[in-house]
Unconditional design. Sequence first.
Length: 384
Amino acid sequence: MTNLVDIRLDVSPGDVQEHLLDLARRHPLARVAWAGGEVWLVNDPELVRQAFRDRRFTKDADAAPDWFDDATGMVGSAQTSRAAALISSEGAEHTRQRKLHAAVFSARHRERWERLITEVVHDLLGTLDEEVDLVPRLAYPLPVAVISAVLGLPPEMRDPLIEACRLVTHGVDDAERERGRVLLYGGVGAFLGPRRHELRPGMIADLLALHEADGSVSTVEIATWTPGLVVPGHESTTSVLAALLADVLDEPPDSRPTTAEEVGARVEAALSAHPPFPLATWRFTTTPVPLGEHEIPAGKPVLLNIPAVNRVSPPTAHYTFGHGAHYCVGAPLARTELRIALTEFLRKFPDATRTTRDARWVSGYAIRQLTSLPVRLTPVRVPA
């Protein structure tokens, strides 16, 4: 029988990653009390790889037990239960949804997103003071500006989305998290109705056009899918960007990346070392599944230990974006944000230094983030 381990999965101060790496050393599989039931953690790196490939682990939310509740609302909330979401669908339905989602992230939009990201980064860097906290001034506002543009939302929606994400992922209780979900789904949903005339070109307008042309996507699906992209598309990139900047600023200026290849390598290293979602999003066993010397019973929620499998994988073969059919559809966009942000930051502030090495984290199964990154900036002096 696997051990029942005492580890907090809800968001709280501290860094859960070290606990997860320790679990991998001691418990190939473990059980954790959660929401009135138990969830299983797959910790051994080889077992994590097996679980990613095994179709007996399903993402279909209909396979969740009756007692199950997902505090993030990505699975099992009042909003997401109205229609299947990309994260909780399988088979032909998942393929259909993925094709519709992927269109906005396709290569034909690459130049558009690169241009947008560069403009946003330049604007944000231009507002920084000599001593500044890079989490609220760069790592947080950049991804929300990008996901807003991807959806086609006007710039004035950025602050409400930041607040909604903060409540959903860092709310102190169920009431705060639910308030964040209502703010998120209500705020984005308004652009399918009374605020539709304010929409910019983007995913919402594209999906609405499909709905009106042939009915291949419903308005309920659009109202479910598009807000559901905000938290993973925003919080995850914020987390990795803050950790990436912290790692690079720990190095002396002459050791920092200067070429596109070096920047790309640092981005992959940060993605591998700092997975923003420490435990891969929920899976459920459809039948009893043997893993190693143990067996996970049918109908159990399962989480996969990403730091553990990343630690023994090459930086270019990490599992931070998942694996297989559910590989993150927004991975190319996230990589582009990280690459451009690091490149432009170091171009403008090559000698920036951290003012404290005290790394303060908040984390849980759904997110791991630095709460602050205080730095002192010395911009490049342009000769008169």
